[in-house]
Design a protein around this ligand. Structure first.
Ligand code: ADP
Ligand code: MG
Length: 726
């Protein structure tokens, strides 16, 4: 596999599928199967220009690689699909009297004076308009040479930028464009604003997008012609162009629809394939489960889910079931029951977790809970090397290990099982369908698959993500849970909050302190988290530990372990603790800059407390200036603990559409489609996909062929490989 493509695959959420996909291709069992005979080379040639690495674009050197990768921009097609968040619209004005402060304008100004300030102050160019108004054009930073060059004294320039006021003076800070021709500046009255990462500028990115668009081929239409007409959707290539040029709703909808259609199609192909495959019917005799000593009885919902799973496992066709239950609803023990049943039936079970931390914790929990049963449970993560790893691999191969818990390391090609019959995937929204699929290629017969998720997905999204699955819901919490006292506190009261933490720790309880980590500002965010940690450590000493995504695995584990064991009392973390961590003695959580998190994410985070008998508290620290929507969202967090309600409301509140593409970070498997578009278009895509498969199940007709291109385009090619004969 070419290095660039590998890198590309690594950085993108859906791209992750590509990695796994290709790893799985190396598995002999996989290639030997004529039905699944498939190779990457089968990607149709006409799509190749789209998948060429980003550094083939002019101007992409090593310096840009990191910033681009952070945005998931690693192949030419990623740029074409990097859609603007919004557009700036500027007004051309003859003089500044016609403009108001805060407005984006294009205006002709003649520089009259340079003013450098002492020390680190900005460089200002005073410039006059036709009417004699003076405005400062302001630059921060050391190098003023190029500003002097771009704005020579006495020569008129066309300036595009935002008009601000600084004291009594009008100013434009870092103008977007400076040009000596009116045409250039006036040609850019409407300009896209792209999501950026550190080290990139709008201009740079726009130029790369432009190049990428020029390389897009024409592709045949995969959308049902009647539908495309009715919606007045442009052709694929035109839609890409238009979506970068203006707020063209039809173009954006079409692009979103493509993605949704690809997803629906692929899911249906998976489902169809799964129905046709042979599984192993599992009948447990209860011998192990009978020895399970739980400190609690199962809730009604848990028992129901266990029964549903038992029913599926007894079938000859492989189970494909989603266990959906809010944070803390007790999914782990349901998984354990299922895995023990598989062991009773003389087979093996695997539990896949999205992070090392979670894998370790599951391993501990399961080992503890299942201590009396005699089942052998091993842990395998990417960090196991050498002897230790070899011995686990042997155990899996000879069957002496009956249950394995791990990260995606458990389904790499080197890992072979004696008879894997059940795969459980925890926090499954973290994985792509392709990964789930590849995992189920491990056994000679298709293993049963139980996917678990705490994400309270609105119904519309359930269809998108789990369209191919049966669903069990844990709609009942274990008894004795108390509602979490949630409060919104202004950041100015930080001192009080730290005081409260002190009293809380003194009382013998533990606490979390969560700092935001948002992609765009990652360095800044990391620095902020570290500063907060230092501050809290200065106050509370060694009982404070820090965990964030950029720490080495061992360091993270050590910190988590100290916290889980109670040796550490306060865990400062970024959102790495969002999933799964279970420390019942931690009953206080502080979330900084809560307004920057999505509701679903806040809900997941908050779910880390309120897990024991004790009363729990969650303090949402908010910044000073909050938008109306942000205020409403935080109020909602205070009001309800119902994950489904929060998810639906989140969707509604975002529906207001502050941004064009209210894209989410990894909560959905989509990069192009916004939540709004998913709601609006997914049912259509679903029906369209079903019809297409009914009519042309092998995707061999004209539209079928086009649909194959679509699957490759959105990297749902695991859908294509399921088609008989490739
Ligand atoms: P999640 O669904 O979020 O994965 P867990 O499986 O981690 O939830 O369970 C959350 C906590 O609830 C754990 O401490 C677990 O031991 C406990 N728990 C699970 N089921 C029950 C039950 N029926 N009664 C009481 N406590 C339970
Ligand atoms: Mg869990």
């Amino acid at each position: 596999m070419p290095g660039a493509e590998f890198q590309a695959a690594k950085s993108v959420f859906m791209g992750a599928i590509g990695v796994v996909h290709n790893a799985a291709l190396a598995t002999p069992a996989f290639e030997a199967s004529p039905k699944h005979g498939y190779s990457r080379a089968m990607r149709p040639d006409r799509l190749n220009p789209l998948f060429v690495a980003a550094d083939s674009l002019k101007g992409v050197g090593t310096g840009l690689a990191r910033p681009l990768e952070r945005l998931g921009l690693t192949r030419v097609k990623d740029f074409a699909y990097h859609l603007p968040d919004r557009f700036v619209t500027r007004r051309a004005v003859a003089d500044l009297d016609q403009a108001s402060v805060g407005e984006n304008v294009v205006v002709g100004l003649t520089p009259v004076e340079y003013r450098s300030s002492a020390g680190r102050g900005p460089f200002r160019v005073l410039a006059a308009d036709e009417a004699g108004n003076v405005c400062a054009i302001t630059y921060f930073g050391r190098n003023t040479g190029w500003a002097r060059k771009a704005l020579p004294l006495g020569e008129k320039r066309w300036i595009a930028g935002r008009l601000d006021q600084y004291g009594q003076m009008l100013q434009i800070v870092h103008p977007d464009h400076v040009s000596d021709e009116s045409g250039l500046a006036l040609g850019q009255l409407v300009e896209p604003v792209y999501p950026l990462s550190e080290g990139l500028t709008q201009g740079r990115l726009a130029a790369l997008v432009h190049q990428a668009l020029e390389r897009m081929p024409d592709l045949p239409e995969w959308i049902e012609p009647g539908l495309a007409d009715k919606m007045q959707w442009p052709l694929w290539r035109d839609a890409l162009e238009l979506a970068h040029r203006s707020e063209h709703a039809a173009a954006r909808d079409r692009l979103a629809y493509d993605e949704l259609l690809a997803n629906s199609l692929a899911l249906m192909l998976v489902r169809r394939d799964n129905r046709a495959r042979a599984g192993t019917p599992l009948h447990g005799d209860g011998s192990l489960r009978g020895k399970l000593k739980l400190p609690f009885g199962l809730t009604g919902a848990q028992s129901r889910a266990v029964r549903e799973i038992e029913g599926d496992l007894a079938q000859p066709s492989p189970m494909l079931r989603l266990l959906q239950g809010d944070v803390g609803s007790g999914k782990t023990v349901v998984a354990l029951e299922a895995m023990l049943l598989a062991v009773e039936a003389g087979t093996q079970a695997a539990l896949l977790a999205p992070t090392e931390i979670l894998a370790r914790q599951h391993h501990e929990t399961l080992t503890r809970m299942a201590a009396g049963t005699g089942a052998t449970i091993a842990l395998l993560t990417g960090r196991d090397k050498g002897r230790a790893r070899e011995s686990i691999l042997m155990g899996l191969l000879d069957g002496s290990i009956q249950i394995v818990v791990g990260t995606h390391a458990i389904f790499q090609d080197a890992v072979a099982y004696k008879n894997l019959a059940l795969v459980v995937i925890d926090e499954q929204h973290r994985f792509g369908v392709g990964q789930r699929l590849m995992l189920t290629q491990k056994g000679r017969r298709a293993p049963h698959c139980l996917a678990m998720t705490a994400t309270p997905i609105p119904r519309t999204l359930t269809l998108a993500q789990y369209g191919e699955m049966d669903v069990s819901r844990l709609d009942e919490m274990p008894p004795g849970r108390q509602p979490i006292d949630t409060r919104v506190v202004a950041i100015e009261r930080l001192g009080d909050v730290i005081g409260a933490i002190g009293r809380h720790l003194e009382s013998g309880s533990q606490a979390y302190w969560v700092c935001p980590m948002v992609r765009e500002q990652e360095n800044e965010d990391l620095a902020a988290a570290e500063a907060r940690y230092a501050e809290l450590k200065a106050r509370f000493g060694d009982s404070v530990v820090l965990v964030h995504g950029q720490l080495k695995g061992e360091v993270k584990d050590a910190a988590m372990e100290r916290f889980a064991s109670g040796a550490a009392r306060l865990l400062v973390a970024t959102t790495v603790i969002e999933v799964g961590v279970d420390v019942p003695n931690a009953t206080l959580m502080v979330i900084e800059q809560a307004e920057r998190f999505g509701l679903a994410q806040l809900h997941q985070l908050r779910g880390r407390v309120g897990r024991g008998e004790g009363k729990s508290t969650c303090l949402l620290l908010r910044g000073e200036a909050l938008s109306e929507t942000a205020r409403e969202r935080l109020a909602l967090m205070r009001e309800t603990q119902d994950g489904f309600r929060l998810a639906e409301e989140d969707l509604r509140l975002r529906g207001g559409g502050e941004l064009l593409g209210t894209r989410q970070s990894g909560d959905t498997p989509f990069r192009v489609a916004s939540l709004e578009q998913i709601q609006k278009l997914l049912p259509l895509a679903h029906d369209d996909a079903r019809l297409l498969i009914e009519r042309d199940g092998g995707l061999t007709g004209e539209r079928g062929e086009a649909a194959r291109l679509l699957l490759y385009l959105f990297e749902r090619d695991w859908g294509v490989q399921l088609l008989r004969g490739g």
